[in-house]
Design a protein around this ligand. Structure first.
Ligand code: PGA
Length: 239
């Protein structure tokens, strides 16, 4: 596990954006899973500027997760954050990206659809994820199996309450659909992005606790090429 610490959120976002642009420059047909959330927003905005002349025609972007029952156009959907901050500004054609449909009446086939896409592409070149206060990765909540590919999960109370920040009004959330930790373990590169003092404790636990499905983020200790991109506040207990 390699840790890169940036001074603050702004510099973390600069570093992440540059990393992703360079990655695609070096592998123009890359398949990437992209996280949603507040943490990557600024990095995506910066990537949209840095990557404006980059050829994305062979790149495949896959959304990490989605809330079940939330329409894609909702500003709280996971898709919305990635589309608005990255894909639309870069004018990425819709055939180059896909997201879970949280409104699907056949969630099992949604999982199969994304699994098959990842397998057809020969696996993921890169996955970038955030971290929840309970150590969730995507919507792989505590006790999610490291052996799961895409799956549906029941959300913990903390995820439901913290998740309200993405919505303009109180929104019932109960389940999520997510790329599973087995895809993460099989990805060539796995990046964990965390910013701010509220993430400091869970980052410490991620690095120091025994690898266990009880704390999904400890999967990063198992990954052969794991990168933690942190700012100083999130990294305070790692030094
Ligand atoms: P955040 O979400 O970036 O909004 O903190 C992270 C997560 O829950 O994975």
């Amino acid at each position: 596990m390699q840790i890169h610490i940036s001074k603050n959120h702004e510099e973390l976002s600069d570093f992440t954006a540059q990393y992703l642009v360079d990655f695609i420059k070096n592998k123009p047909n890359a398949t990437l899973v992209l996280t949603s959330g507040d943490t990557p927003k600024l990095a995506y905005q910066k990537m949209a500027v840095l990557g404006k002349d980059l050829d994305f025609s062979q790149v495949t972007f896959i959304g990490l997760d989605e809330w079940i029952g939330i329409p894609p156009e909702s500003e709280g959907s996971c898709r919305y954050i990635v589309e608005e901050n990255l894909l639309k500004p870069l004018q990425i054609p819709s055939q180059n990206y896909t997201f879970f449909d949280g409104l699907s009446d056949n969630l099992a086939s949604e999982c199969t659809r994304i699994d098959q896409l990842i397998f057809e592409k020969g696996g993921l070149d890169l996955i970038i994820v955030g971290i929840g206060l309970n150590g969730h990765i995507g919507l792989n909540e505590p006790h999610s199996s490291f052996e799961n590919y895409c799956h549906v999960s029941d959300l913990e109370e903390i995820t439901i309450s913290v998740g309200q920040k993405y919505f303009t009004q109180a929104t019932p959330l109960t389940q999520g659909i997510t790329v599973g930790l087995k895809h993460l373990l099989e990805a060539q590169i796995a990046i964990l992005l965390a910013s701010g003092s509220k993430k400091a404790d869970i980052i410490k636990r991620t690095i120091t606790e025994e690898i266990s499905e009880v704390l999904p983020s400890t999967v990063f200790q198992k990954h052969h090429n794991a990168l933690l991109f942190l700012d100083e506040e999130a990294a305070i207990y790692t030094k």
